[in-house]
Ligand binder design. Structure first.
Ligand code: DX5
Ligand code: ZN
Length: 216
């Protein structure tokens, strides 16, 4: 599987967001990870469609939209319209996960399912044949800069093993607390799409992106 870096703009400087996206792009980061939070599914509120359409012109990189919102079905079309290339929904937020995944695919973008640390991999086995990516959350979603939860490594391995055993080829994404220190561990466990917020945007962005990419 191709290894991909997805800087999470949650830790960016929103006053100069477009400019910072260009820096990530030029340094080689392939995705832009966009965390949408609604104050219901998670405690925080971040940004939505208007912000995504404002930053769309700054880069042609892949917009990986991570929806941490209740009942995401309500807004799938809107996120596609503003430029999402992929939409990730949380298993915990969907009443009919399989139908939601199908709807995302019919809209012509990639579809991904996310599970919180406490949600077992078993609860998404029925959609693993349909998704383009599985997001194994490595922190409880809601905030940037939290510490990596070690027990999620087993879940990454489990998701990777299921793909191998069933001849499936979805990407495996990790999100939350990924740093220079634990990057190798999550890669070894089987993750290939690496989200990083604070470890990319704190300090020199271009240097941080290059550091990650050279080790992936
Ligand atoms: C957490 C978000 C993450 C967050 C990661 O709820 O889904 O994408 O921005 O930030 P770091 O890498 O700082 O943990
Ligand atoms: Zn995220």
């Amino acid at each position: 599987m191709m290894r991909i870096l997805a800087p999470s703009i949650l830790s960016a400087d929103f006053g100069i967001l477009g400019e910072q996206l260009r820096i990530c792009d030029e340094a080689g980061a392939q995705y832009v990870h966009i965390d949408v939070m609604d104050g219901m599914f998670v405690p925080s509120i971040t940004y939505g469609m208007p912000v995504i359409s404002s930053i769309r012109p700054y880069t042609n990189r892949f917009f990986d939209v991570h929806l941490m919102i209740a009942d995401p079905d309500r807004y799938l079309e809107d996120f596609v319209k503003v430029g999402a290339d992929s939409i990730t929904v949380h298993a915990e937020a969907c009443k009919h996960l399989d139908a939601t995944i199908e709807r995302i695919k019919r809209l012509g973008v990639k579809a991904a399912v996310a599970i919180n640390p406490a949600t077992p991999v078993d609860s998404i086995l029925h959609v693993l044949g349909k998704v383009d990516m599985v997001l194994v959350m490595t922190v409880n979603p809601g905030f940037g800069g939290q510490s990596f939860i070690t027990y999620t490594l087993d879940k990454i391995r489990q998701v990777a093993k299921y793909a191998a055993d069933n001849n499936l080829s979805y990407d495996i994404q990790v999100d939350g607390g990924i740093t220079r220190d634990n990057l190798q561990e999550v890669l070894d466990a089987g993750a290939n799409v690496i989200v990083s917020g604070s470890s990319v945007f704190k300090g020199d962005i271009a240097d941080n992106v290059k550091y990650f990419l050279e080790r992936m």
